[in-house]
Design a protein around this ligand. Structure first.
Ligand SMILES: Cc1cc2nc3c(=O)[nH]c(=O)nc-3n(C[C@H](O)[C@H](O)[C@H](O)COP(=O)(O)OP(=O)(O)OC[C@H]3O[C@@H](n4cnc5c(N)ncnc54)[C@H](O)[C@@H]3O)c2cc1C
Length: 464
C-alpha cells in the first residue's frame, strides 16, 4: 500500500495518551507549602520515586510537581517494552561493568519482578504481558551479532531461546527474517500511559500531594532547606529528587551529560483475525531487529501493531520543541518498512503517528548523583530504555537521600558518570557525523568506520 495513503487519516498524537482513561489533571500548586521530599517530574522516574518514598516511610510528607500532565512526555509515548536490563542491554553492560554484570542482571530481573508485584498490589491495569522480546536478524551480518550475543549469555544462565529461520518465522511470519533469539522472561509489554496513570493513583492513595501544570522555574538552597519556585507558589523541603528527563535541567551540570534525541512511532488499526493469522505472533513478544538503526514493534491488547524506531534524530542546537514531535519523512519511511516486513498486511492503515524525546547519554544507561550537600538527588540518561529501569533509578535516588550505602549505591555503575558531550556547535557536528557513520555501517554489512571504532575504543557512542 502507498505509505502516504496508509497514513492519510493517522492522527498526529500519541496513541496511548489519546484515551478516555486519561485522568483529569490534579490542581496546580497555589501559595507556599512545605514537605519532607519534593519530587520534580511526573514521568516514570518521578512517579516511582514518590510512590516508593511513601512505601518506605508512610509518615513522609511527599509533594510531586509536574510541569504539564502526568506521563505526557517520553513516559506516555514509548513502545511499552518494559525491560529487565538496567544497562541498555547486556552487551553494553558487559562492556562497561564486566565485574558487576551478574549483579546488574540479577537486580534488573528483581526490578521487573517488583514492577509486576506493584501492579498487582495496587490493581494497576496496564495490559502487562511478560512475553519477552524477540531479537530478529534481517541481514546475514546480523546473524553473527546474535550468535555473539548467545555466547555472552550462555555463561550467565539467562533464559534465551535461539531460533533458526524456520523457527523464527513460525513465531512471527516475516519473509525478511533470517534467524532470531527469544529473550523469554526479561521483558514485558505494557500500556505506558495506563501504567503512569495507575502509579499516579497509587501515589494519591498513599497520600502524595500531586500538582500538575506546575513547572518548577527555579531552586534555591539556604543550607538546610531547598526552596522550589513555581508560577503560582513554592515549596520548601529538606530533600529534592529530580526526575526531569531530558528537559532543561534545574541542576546546570546535567546539561553536559544528556542530549535530546527524537524517536518516532506509528500505530495501526486493530488487525482482524485473518490478518493476525497471517502473521502468527501467538506468543505476542515484543520484536526488535538487529541493525544499528533498528525497528521495535509489538501488539497492543486490541491487536494493533505499534511500529517505531529506525531514525533517531538529533536536531542541531539540541533543543526540545513541540514541532519536532512530527516528522513526515520518518513516518513515510517507517510505513514503507512496515509493509516490507509484513507484505501480507498490505492494506492495513495507520491510526496514529507521533514522536517523543529520549534522554541520550554517552554510556546509554542512566547515571545518578547528588548535589547540595546530599539534599538533592537525580537520575537521568535512560537513553530509550527507561520504562523498567526508572524504578531502579528511583530506588537509587531514595538510597542516596537516606545517606546509607546499599547494594545499589555501591555499584560502580551508580558511582560513575558518563563522559560529557562537547558543547555546541561541536556537539551537533560530532553527533551528526556519528549518525551518518552508523547508517553507513548498516549499509555495509555492519562494518564500522574508523570514527565508530575510535568511539568504541573510548566507550562512547550514540544510541536511542
Ligand atoms: C518514542 C519513544 C519510544 C520509547 N520506547 C521505549 C521502550 O519501548 N522501552 C523503554 O524502556 N523505554 C522506551 N523509551 C524511553 C522511556 O520512555 C523513558 O526512558 C522514560 O519514560 C523516562 O521517564 P522519565 O520520567 O525519566 O522522563 P519523562 O517521561 O520525560 O518525564 C519527565 C517529566 O518531567 C517533567 N519536568 C521536566 N522539567 C520540569 C520542571 N522544571 N518542573 C516540573 N516538571 C518538569 C516533564 O514535564 C516530564 O513530564 C522510549 C522513549 C520514546 C520517546
Amino acid at each position: 500500500m502507498d505509505p502516504l495513503k496508509a497514513l492519510a487519516d493517522a492522527e498526529r498524537k500519541p496513541y496511548w495518551l489519546d484515551s478516555p482513561a486519561r485522568p483529569e489533571p490534579r490542581q496546580r500548586l497555589f501559595g507556599h507549602t512545605t514537605a519532607d521530599l519534593v519530587v520534580v517530574g511526573g514521568g516514570f522516574s518521578g512517579l516511582w520515586t514518590a510512590l516508593m518514598a511513601k512505601e518506605r516511610d508512610p509518615s513522609l510528607d511527599v509533594v510531586l510537581l509536574e510541569g504539564r500532565r502526568i506521563g505526557w512526555a517520553a513516559t506516555g509515548r514509548n513502545g511499552g517494552f518494559c525491560m529487565a536490563t538496567l544497562t541498555h542491554g547486556l552487551a553494553n553492560g558487559l562492556e562497561r561493568w564486566p565485574e558487576e554484570i551478574d549483579r546488574l542482571e540479577r537486580m534488573g530481573v528483581e526490578n521487573l519482578d517488583e514492577i509486576e508485584r506493584t501492579l498487582e498490589r495496587y490493581g494497576v491495569d496496564c495490559s502487562f504481558e511478560r512475553t519477552g522480546e524477540l531479537h530478529v536478524a534481517t541481514e546475514e551480518w546480523q546473524l553473527d551479532g546474535l550468535n555473539e550475543h548467545l555466547d555472552l549469555i550462555s555463561d550467565l544462565g539467562l533464559d534465551y531461546l535461539p531460533l533458526d529461520q524456520e523457527q523464527v518465522r513460525a513465531e512471527v511470519n516475516s519473509p525478511t527474517y533470517l534467524g532470531g533469539l527469544w529473550e523469554r522472561s526479561g521483558c514485558a509489554m505494557l500500556d505506558p500511559a495506563r501504567l503512569a496513570w495507575g502509579l499516579r493513583e497509587a501515589c494519591l492513595r498513599l497520600g502524595v500531594r500531586v500538582h500538575e501544570r506546575t513547572p518548577v522555574r527555579s531552586m534555591s538552597d539556604d543550607g538546610t532547606t531547598m526552596t522550589l519556585r513555581t508560577p503560582h507558589g513554592s515549596v520548601g523541603a529538606r530533600h529534592v529528587a529530580l526526575g526531569t528527563g531530558v528537559f532543561p535541567p534545574l541542576l546546570r551540570r546535567l546539561r553536559h551529560f544528556v542530549v535530546p534525541v527524537y524517536d518516532y512511532v506509528l500505530m495501526t488499526e486493530p488487525l482482524t483475525e485473518a490478518q493476525l493469522d497471517a502473521v502468527g505472533w501467538r506468543n505476542r513478544q515484543g520484536v526488535g531487529d538487529s541493525g544499528n538503526q533498528f525497528h521495535y514493534y509489538r501488539l497492543t491488547d486490541d491487536n494493533r501493531i505499534l511500529w517505531g524506531g529506525y531514525d533517531a534524530v538529533y536536531y542541531n542546537g539540541g533543543l526540545v520543541k513541540p514541532e519536532y514531535d512530527q516528522r513526515d519523512e520518518t513516518f513515510v519511511k517507517l510505513a514503507q518498512h512496515f509493509y516490507d516486513t509484513f507484505p501480507q498486511l498490505d492494506g492495513v492503515r495507520f491510526t496514529h503517528r507521533w514522536g517523543g524525546v529520549i534522554d541520550t547519554c554517552s554510556r546509554f544507561s542512566a547515571f545518578y548523583g547528588q548535589a547540595h550537600g546530599g539534599r538533592l538527588v537525580y537520575a537521568a540518561g535512560y537513553t530509550g530504555m527507561g520504562v523498567g529501569a526508572t524504578r531502579f533509578g528511583a530506588n537509587v535516588m531514595l538510597d542516596l537521600l537516606s545517606g546509607k550505602p546499599t547494594d545499589r549505591t555501591e555499584l560502580r555503575m551508580v558511582k560513575e558518570k558518563p563522559i560529557p558531550f562537547p558543547p555546541e556547535p561541536v556537539r551537533s557536528g560530532v553527533i551528526q557525523f556519528t549518525r551518518w557513520s552508523i547508517a553507513q555501517a548498516d549499509q555495509h554489512q555492519g562494518r564500522r568506520n574508523l570514527w565508530l571504532r575510535a568511539l568504541d575504543r573510548m566507550g562512547l557512542g550514540f544510541d536511542s
